[in-house]
Design a protein. Structure first.
Length: 613
């Protein structure tokens, strides 16, 4: 046995006070009285021997000293020594990511189940065990560090709530390793729905609180942009995924509303683990809000079922067109986009390179700079030499005509709505593509159009001459391809859109008031919050708008969180085995307090009934 608060044992000196009062009590004095009749009657009622009076006085002193001793021992919190299985310290790790908001048939979330299981385990621990509490989602938070206060730990555990964020366990593992190194014989109790893989060197135990049966379908990807070469039309890219643990094919209904009016209604059937990508045509006025909702019978996670976003207020793309020999077809395609208000063009010649103003996209035609620009995406049309990531060999003469081309990747964004039917081109060079490039059009056995991403820079290259290609002027293929290439190349530059896409956990730099159309997993609600310090950590889902007119959307869009795991039958969910010294939270102090109360009652009884004083 040892004491958890040994510093309070010094209060035992308080026993000197009743001992001094006993030793230095007043002695009896002789006082003259008028009659002894009253005192004689008292002496006959309380007639006792001298030795009995001494025993009573010693008993009174002993009871007083016992009260002080029991009080000091109770305050010092004695506990038994645990056996070899008793941990020296425990780190409780709670997963609070989005998947832990999945609900069972009774409406209980996985975090609530985790709180219930861990509270039961904590109450069984010996009092001397040091406890730390860590909660994590995208980041790790040490809620309680190395403390023996069991009540405080249980209170903080009950306050943990699931967050609509993707789980990143690496940071939590790092924090747990540092805490475990501070105390010998540290056990790590991780409660969640997915076990860690990197647990080497840790005394690690995973308590699985995942649902035994899972049904979930969610939105795992979302993009919205203006449709190339069209007014007031937008395109929404949506990816819907089903959890691998779904027991069978799931049917989900998708509702798309624009400005509160139902625009589309679709029904999808997804096998377990299957994903479906959709391109949704949207029509509306810039700034109107689009809401997309999934309704799936028995769905157990609501945070991934909806997306809200305003139609983007896009500004025109700034395109720098540098050409040594401008092709009339290229000029015609770019001019049509300028007239439609889709692009703003900076035109130059090789002699004006490098340009003072930096555009969103560079378009080089029949020429490439010796110093390759890496800060912006590039579209190279009919280049005549190699430069940067583009490697080619020019063909002699006027080129090699081909009466048809073949689409290798018809689903690539550059070829969206572009039909190669009846398309004839004149190849001007042989492309030597790096592995980061993907061929899009093939003429014979050679690529004539390719796109790729090199060191974070998007590049599109064509190896044909529009003006020398038959029927190209009569078909919309080339203008559409060029418009798609411009928007695809500038897609990563969020400044081209007035829409900012964030995820919970990101920071929004803004001051003032932010208006939210928030998705709580069941419905959209209107709310607002202020940003006093100029930085707002995003912890909501839905569409937002700042006081200065900035708009954006916050969405979960995580395949990892949508893919809810199911708990196996042999998963560890039981309580902690009984340890020697377990229950020490209250046993010994409780015994001492009850002993103290019993002693006080006994002393009171003896004082009033037996004249012990």
């Amino acid at each position: 046995m040892h004491f958890l608060s040994p510093q309070l044992l010094h209060l035992a000196w308080l026993a000197l006070i009743p001992l001094a009062l006993y030793l230095f009590r007043k002695k009896a004095r002789r006082v003259p009285v008028s009659t002894l009749l009253f005192f004689r009657s008292l002496s006959r009622e309380h007639q006792e021997s001298a030795w009995l009076r001494k025993v009573k006085k010693w008993l009174s002193l002993a009871l007083t000293l016992l009260v002080v001793l029991l009080a000091v021992l109770a305050l010092s919190r004695p506990v038994e020594q645990g056996d070899a299985d008793s941990p020296g310290a425990v780190i409780v790790v709670v997963d609070r990511s989005a998947s832990m908001d999945a609900q069972d048939g009774a409406g209980q979330t996985r975090v609530e189940e985790a709180q219930k299981v861990m509270a039961q385990r904590l109450r069984q621990l010996p009092e001397q065990v040091v406890i730390s509490l860590v909660a994590y989602d995208a980041k790790a938070q040490v809620v309680l560090s190395r403390n023996r206060n069991r009540r405080e730990c249980l209170r903080l555990l009950a306050e943990i709530q699931p967050q609509p964020m993707e789980e990143h366990a690496d940071e939590a593992v790092t924090v747990v390793r540092r805490l475990a190194a501070l105390e010998k014989e540290t056990q790590v109790w991780h409660v969640g729905d997915t076990a860690w893989s990197d647990t080497e060197g840790l005394n690690y135990e995973f308590i699985n609180v995942a649902l035994p049966e899972v049904v979930n379908v969610g939105i795992t990807s979302f993009q919205i942009r203006q449709a190339p070469l069209s007014h007031d039309r937008y395109e929404g890219f949506l990816k819907v995924s089903a959890a691998t643990a779904n027991p069978a094919v799931v049917t989900t209904t998708m509702e798309i509303t624009v400005a509160g009016r139902l625009a589309q209604l679709r029904e999808l059937e997804l096998k377990p683990g299957e994903a479906s990508a959709l391109m949704l045509p949207l029509e509306g006025i810039r700034g109107q809000r689009v809401e997309i909702r999934l309704k799936t019978p028995g769905d157990q996670l609501g945070w991934d079922d909806a997306v809200a976003a305003p139609l983007p207020k896009a500004r025109p793309l700034v395109v720098a067109w540098v050409a040594e020999k401008p092709d009339p077809f290229t000029e015609l395609a770019l001019t049509s986009m300028i007239e439609a208000g889709r692009i703003e063009m900076l035109r130059g010649t090789p002699s004006s390179w490098p340009m003072k103003d930096q555009p969103d996209v560079y378009v080089f035609e029949h020429w490439l700079p010796d110093t390759w620009p890496t800060e912006r995406p590039v579209i190279a049309l009919n280049p005549v030499k190699s430069a940067g990531p583009i490697k080619l060999k020019p063909l002699p003469g006027l080129g090699l005509p081909h009466d048809s081309v073949r689409s290798v990747m018809p689903d690539h964004p550059v070829l969206y709505r572009v039909s190669p039917t009846r398309l004839a081109v004149t190849q001007t060079s042989l492309l030597n593509l790096e592995t980061s490039f993907e061929p899009l059009w093939m003429a014979g056995a050679e690529p004539v159009l390719a796109a790729g991403e090199v060191n974070g820079q998007r590049v599109v290259v064509s190896a044909f001459s529009p003006s020398r290609s038959e029927q190209l002027a009569l078909l919309p293929a080339f203008p559409l391809m060029l418009g798609n290439a411009l928007y695809w190349a500038a897609e990563e530059r969020s400044s081209t859109l007035g829409l900012t896409v964030l995820h919970p956990g990101d920071l929004l730099e803004e001051t003032g008031l932010v208006q939210w159309t928030e998705w709580d997993g069941v419905q959209f609600t209107e709310t607002s919050e202020s940003i006093p310090a100029g930085l707002l950590p995003i912890h909501r889902l839905g569409a937002w708008q700042t006081a200065d007119g900035r708009v954006g959307t916050s969405l979960l869009a995580s395949a990892q969180e949508t893919n809810l795991p199911a708990r196996s039958k042999d998963a560890v969910t039981g309580s902690l085995p009984k340890l020697k010294g377990s229950g020490g939270v209250s046993n010994w102090p409780r015994f001492l307090i009850w002993g103290l109360l019993g002693t006080l009652l006994l002393e009171s009884f003896l004082f009033h009934r037996k004249a012990v004083f």
